[in-house]
Design a protein around this ligand. Sequence first.
Ligand SMILES: NC(=O)c1ccc[n+]([C@@H]2O[C@H](COP(=O)([O-])OP(=O)(O)OC[C@H]3O[C@@H](n4cnc5c(N)ncnc54)[C@H](O)[C@@H]3O)[C@@H](O)[C@H]2O)c1
Length: 359
Amino acid sequence: MKILITGNMGYIGPSVVDYLRNSYPGVTLVGLDMGYFAHCLTASDIFPEHRIDLQYFADIRRLSPDILQNIDAIIHLAAISNDPMGNTYEKVTSDVNYRSSVNLARLAKEAGVKKFVFASSCSSYGFAEGEPRKEDSPLNPLTAYARSKVDTEKGVKELASDDFVVTCLRFATACGMSERLRLDLVVNDFVAGAVAAKEITILSDGTPWRPLIHINDMARAMQWAISREPSNGGAFLAINAGSDEWNYQVRDLAEAVAKVIPAVHVSINKHAEPDKRSYRVDFGLFKKLAPNHQPQIDLMEAIAGLKEGLERMNFRDSNFRDSHFMRLKVLSNLREKGMLNSELEWQAAGNSPHHKYAM
Ligand SMILES: NC(=O)c1ccc[n+]([C@@H]2O[C@H](COP(=O)([O-])OP(=O)(O)OC[C@H]3O[C@@H](n4cnc5c(N)ncnc54)[C@H](O)[C@@H]3O)[C@@H](O)[C@H]2O)c1
């Protein structure tokens, strides 16, 4: 079996690759990434891609179909991966996250790939008061990022068949320690503040609902999705991936962090404008269809893992919201230095769209 993981050199990718490597020691794992954050290693003594059999440094927008020869399954993570980047690079977000994703799926189907897993997002539900959202609840994407996920789901649905099984995992917000940690995610941000400065600053009034999932549990869900047969959920499935126990309000998350890390001061912005992103999500379908791949890590364990990882890094930067732990900040720095152009293409790359690096 040969599995292609796009966007493998980001925050979630290294966990997914590690999980697949342990689950399927003999399979060929192929990575494809633009490498925007390749240098942002955290608490890692070793290049995480040592687990990969073949790594392409390539732009998903200029995909050569050759890459897809003999691939059995694709886990598609490559994306401009949050709202701040999506707001700044709206066209790139649509090109990378939507157009290139549908194109990848189309080429994959033509090449005989059997399973396609897309990392979608619960942010597609937008501001959703009342009952937890189910898969058939109305979508309300409020940002370029969320719209790109909704559009891709629609685009890849058309392609699904019994020979090309498509699973869109609508993930809750990720958290947990990674070899390429991001701190622009709510729980990670709170733990970083607590470790660096004994301070948690909630930017909202603390009331928004935010379902969460640990990155290792995301990997578990992806393993389920690449092995899913159409008899379990249909040739096309868009499914909420997380667990009902992990629907938290932001202030509860801060309090949980303060329990694990003592003497932390929590400040809530009582005058904040109501957060536009607030949704509770129903994960019942995922529990029903994937009983053996349910999330296993709980919030306290996730917080403890982050604390331990940050301490190992000797993390002290109370100004981390302005650092290279923020995805948008990294892109802005690369732009300022002239390394990336306004389309977020590498300026120094030669004419060949793919820099192949076999390991
Ligand atoms: N982190 C979360 O909370 C979360 C939640 C739901 C869904 N997701 C989705 O999971 C996926 C991975 O998220 P992440 O947190 O690891 O993000 P990340 O930004 O850390 O990683 C994304 C990777 O995609 C690569 N990439 C971007 N544009 C590319 C292009 N044109 N060609 C090739 N590679 C490109 C980047 O270099 C990066 O390594 C994304 O699709 C994201 O939308 C993430």
